[in-house]
Every structure is written in structure tokens, then in C-alpha cells.
Design a protein around this ligand. Structure first.
Ligand SMILES: O[C@H]1[C@H](O)[C@@H](O)[C@H](O)[C@@H](O)[C@H]1O
Length: 540
């Protein structure tokens, strides 16, 4: 295959040259309207699913730990795992994901989104192999740390990739496909966990099977193109036009829409180039390093970009600090300690609920809107957590972080409360999956192109940093603070989160990626976004 050279000599030269060409106004409006009403054809679905396999891997590898922990027994280092082992094995993945995600942002700008997905696949396969073959606790920690690097980069780059190829009107749904694959991966992990729970050494199969989707995605990567936005930024304009042509192939007004989207992308890059020229001090640093520090400067010092970063980090922090992953990682332990006779199967109900309600979000996210979904679903989470805290306080058995399987000897006096807790956790999971589980992953749409991958990387790092805190503190909190206070703390976090969402998160549904910058330029844009959304529905 012939490699195309960037079609301009200096950075952005042809873009700057075409900056004077006046856009054709009425054609612009028509094209904009067609773009806004286009939901994407088969090409875009194939791309989304291929990129979304990273989500499946992310889900599988984070979900499988729950069953792994309860079945390892004394297979590692010839002794049973203690609380520290369990917490380290669980949270090293999040810690390394936290380290990888901001670098992914920089790498995805330099090498392209697609290459980063490729590296993540190699790490997914290596991490799975090490875990499946290790015989000691530190080997397990090493395998899960490598997996963390993979999960961190995949979770930063995949939503970025999908939002950059998605037509505006379908962007929310397409990014939610990644969340569907994450939660689907968690369901598969729980089923595999349940199937192998009675097999001796079955946990090795559980962790080793994580290699399969990585190989599958490797094959798909052969057909995955780069995103048009990255291609234009790197100077490959004609390749970008081709990819846009395929993305909008079923759009009635295809050529005009493609031209309009190209104009928008170029407009943004021209502006960035002009801003960079103004600040360019001929330097001793390499161009790349200079660009990277320029982007960081733009992200932190431009008011609109800073607001975008605050919103994205707030949402990602909230997604984790609300405590949901304590269920993902430790539901096996929670349900065993509550005397459920098949804790792995009970945990499966959590995972299936998570998947089912993410599916509901998939249908509704672009119609109902991201902001509204959060404002409705978080109060339900608070109620469910509150009730769960009360139910735990009524139990008269203490929480045990190392419970032994109970069989059918559940105490009949307490059997109502475990069921009530299961019910509350299911409602909590449903409302989480409908809102907080997926909306924060729409993060890329908040940022303009020049700071998009760095901003997404930092928001993803916030996600993993908070995930790490929850993974590390959940069991100690349950033991030392009590389950009641643990769940109460999560309810309080959600309440603060609701207030923050209401105050600063504008409605992003239906806006073009290039429109968002104006919205956050002078404030949080909440009122303006609600007005525009109203106008958008009027236009349809
Ligand atoms: O969006 C996902 C999803 O909600 C998963 O169920 C959860 O485990 C992840 O932490 C989250 O990022």
C-alpha cells in the first residue's frame, strides 16, 4: 500500500491558504441540517464495533476479578489471600490505568488513535498470559498491572476515536456502544466465572480467556481507518475526505455534508494554528515537545478548555466515587458474607442489570439528553444507597471480608435483609447504568480538537484514580467503618455530584463537535445549551 505524504509542506499551510475562501452560507445551513439529522450507515457501525472491542476487553478484565478472588484459594504463593493481597490485586489495575491514560492522550496526538488501540491490544494479551501462568501473588499483581496499562490506554482512546468518527446526531449512541460492550464484557466475565467456579484451577481459564478479544481486535484493526479529524490535523487531507465520504455514504446530501464537515475541522485547526503562531517563540525544544506543551498550556489557560476539563473530570470522578465498582470487584465477597448460597450467580444479576440499563441508555441518550438523564438517575441512586445502608444496619451478622461459602445454612431471621440489600443494589445498579455509567464517557465531545486527546486522557486518569481509591478502600471501610457508613458515604458523594451536574454540566446532545467550544467560551453554557437543544428539536 502506498503511503500518502502529508499534503502540505509546512504545518497547516494549505489550511491557512484556504482560510480566505468564503463559505457558501445557504449551502452551509442545508448541509448542517442534513448532518444533524444523519444517524450513520453500516460503515460507521462496523467501525464503532471494531473499536468498541476495547470496551469488551476493559469490561471482561475488570469484571473477572470478582470471581477470580473467590476461587483462587491457596493457589498463589501456597497460602490463602489476605485483605492486602485482594486489595492490591484489584487496585493495581486501576493504578496503572491511571498512569497510562494521560500519556495515551499525548501518544494519540502524535501517532494517531488507531496505533494506540493496537498497542493496547498487545498489552491486553500479555497481561492475560502472565496472570494465567503465574504461581505467586506478585506475578498476579504484575499481570494485572500490565492489564492496567492496556485498560487505561484503551479507555482513553476508544471514546475519542468513536466521537471523532460519529455524525453529531448519533454520537451519544455510538459512544454508548462502547459502554454496552464494557458492561457486556463484565456479564461474560461473570458467566465464565460461574462456569469455572467449581473447576480446580479454573481461575486460570477465567483470566486467560481475556486474550481472545485482543486477537480479534488485532484482526479488525487492519480495516480500521484513522479518524478524519486526526488525519486533517496530521496533514492527510485527501485521506480524511475519503473516510468522511464513507462515513456519510448514506447521507442524502453526502458531498455537501462532507465539504461542510471538512470546513469545520479545518476552521478549528486554522484557529489553533493562528493561536500557536502568535505564541510561537522560536525554541530550543523539538517541534513535538513544543506542540505538547502548547496544548497543555491551551488546556489549562483557556477559560473554555479549562471549564471543559473541570466538567469531564468531575463526571469521571463521580462515576467512580459513587462506589459502583465496589460491586463489580467485590460482589462475590459481599454476597458470600450475606449468606447467599450461590454468590457468583447472585453477582451475575448485578452485571446483567448493568448491561440491560446501559442498553436503555443507548436508546435514549440522544433523545433524552445527557444532562437530563443524570439529573433523573442520580436521585434514584441516592435513595437505593440510603435504603441499603439502613438494611445493613438491621443485619445482626458482622461483615466478613473473607467469608467461607455458606451453602444453604442462611439464617432465616436475617434472610429478609439480604434480599432487601440485593434489591437495593439492583436498583442502584440500574440507575447507575442508565446515567453515570455511560454519560462521563462522552467526555471527548467537551473538548475542541487541539486539546481533545489530552483533555480526554486527563479525564480518563481521573476515572482510574478514583476507581483506584474505591478499589483500595472498600473492604477496609466495610470492616472498620461498617457497611452502613460505607454505603452512606457513597450516597453523600452522589448528592454532591447531583448538585455539581445541575450547576455546571450543559446539555451536549445534538451539538456538532465544533460547536461546543463556543458554548463553554464565556461560562458553563447551561442555559444556552438548553435553548439550543430546544431549537434543535424544533428544527427536526
Ligand atoms: O462505564 C463503565 C461501566 O459502567 C462499568 O460497569 C464500570 O465498571 C466502569 O468503571 C465504568 O467506567
Amino acid at each position: 500500500m502506498m503511503r500518502e505524504e502529508p499534503d502540505h509542506s509546512g504545518p497547516h499551510a494549505p489550511l491557512l491558504a484556504s482560510a480566505d475562501t468564503p463559505p457558501v452560507q445557504d449551502h452551509d445551513d442545508q448541509a448542517l441540517a442534513s448532518e444533524l439529522n444523519y444517524s450513520g450507515g453500516w460503515f460507521i457501525w462496523i467501525l464503532t464495533f471494531s473499536a468498541g472491542i476495547s470496551g469488551l476487553l476493559f469490561g471482561y478484565d475488570t469484571g473477572v476479578i470478582s470471581s477470580t478472588l473467590v476461587t483462587i484459594g491457596s493457589d498463589l504463593s501456597s497460602r490463602p489471600l489476605d485483605t492486602l493481597d485482594e486489595s492490591l490485586i484489584t487496585s493495581c489495575t486501576s493504578l496503572f490505568a491511571l498512569v497510562a491514560s494521560p500519556f495515551t492522550g499525548v501518544l494519540a496526538d502524535k501517532c494517531g488513535r488507531r496505533r494506540v488501540i493496537l498497542v493496547a491490544d498487545a498489552l491486553f494479551a500479555l497481561g492475560a498470559l502472565i496472570q494465567a501462568s503465574t504461581s505467586n501473588v506478585w506475578g498476579m499483581i504484575l499481570g494485572r498491572s500490565i492489564l492496567g496499562l492496556a485498560v487505561g490506554s484503551a479507555s482513553a482512546v476508544t471514546p475519542l476515536y468513536i466521537s471523532e468518527i460519529a455524525p453529531s446526531h448519533a454520537r451519544g449512541r455510538l459512544v454508548t456502544i462502547m459502554c454496552l460492550l464494557i458492561t457486556g464484557g463484565q456479564v461474560v466475565a461473570y458467566i465464565v466465572g460461574w462456569l469455572f467456579s467449581e473447576t480446580s484451577g479454573g481461575w486460570r481459564w477465567m483470566v486467560g480467556l481475556g486474550m481472545a478479544p485482543a486477537f480479534l481486535q488485532f484482526a479488525f484493526l487492519l480495516i480500521l481507518p484513522e479518524t478524519p479529524r486526526w488525519l486533517v490535523q496530521a496533514g492527510f487531507d485527501s485521506r480524511a475526505m475519503n473516510v468522511l465520504g464513507q462515513i456519510y455514504q448514506d447521507c442524502p446530501d453526502r458531498d455537501r455534508v462532507v465539504a461542510q464537515v471538512m470546513r469545520n475541522i479545518r476552521g478549528e485547526i486554522i484557529q489553533e494554528a493562528l493561536e500557536m503562531d502568535q505564541m510561537n517563540a522560536p525554541g530550543t525544544k523539538s517541534q513535538w515537545l513544543h506542540d505538547a506543551s502548547q496544548r497543555a498550556h491551551d488546556l489549562f489557560y483557556d477559560g473554555g478548555n479549562r471549564r471543559a476539563l473541570i466538567i469531564a473530570m468531575m463526571l469521571q470522578g463521580l462515576q467512580q466515587l459513587c462506589g459502583f465498582n465496589s460491586l463489580m470487584y467485590f460482589s462475590g465477597i459481599i454476597f458470600t458474607s450475606l449468606s447467599f448460597s450461590s454468590p457468583t450467580l447472585t453477582s451475575l444479576t448485578v452485571a446483567v442489570t448493568n448491561f440491560t440499563f446501559t442498553l436503555l441508555a443507548f436508546w435514549l441518550i440522544d433523545r433524552v439528553g445527557r444532562r437530563r438523564i443524570l439529573l433523573y438517575s442520580i436521585p434514584v441512586m441516592i435513595l437505593a444507597l440510603g435504603l441499603c445502608a439502613i438494611a445493613f444496619s438491621s443485619l445482626d451478622i458482622p461483615f466478613d471480608a473473607h467469608p467461607r461459602p455458606h451453602g444453604d445454612d442462611a439464617d432465616s431471621q436475617t434472610s429478609f435483609y439480604p434480599l432487601l440489600i440485593l434489591f437495593c443494589l439492583t436498583v442502584y445498579t440500574a440507575s447507575y447504568a442508565f446515567g453515570l455509567g455511560n454519560v462521563p464517557w462522552q467526555q471527548a465531545e467537551l473538548f475542541p480538537l487541539n486539546v481533545r486527546s489530552l483533555g480526554s486522557g486527563l479525564a480518563t486518569a481521573t476515572n482510574w484514580g478514583s476507581n483506584f481509591i474505591v478499589g483500595l478502600t472498600f473492604l477496609p471501610m466495610m470492616e472498620w467503618l461498617s457497611p452502613t457508613w460505607t454505603f452512606f458515604v457513597y450516597a453523600v458523594v452522589c448528592a454532591f455530584g447531583w448538585v455539581a451536574v445541575r450547576a455546571i454540566y450543559p446539555e451536549m446532545s445534538g451539538l456538532g463537535l465544533e460547536e461546543v467550544k463556543g458554548l463553554l467560551a464565556d461560562g458553563w453554557g447551561v442555559e444556552e445549551s438548553l435553548r439550543r437543544r430546544h431549537g434543535f428539536h424544533g428544527r427536526q
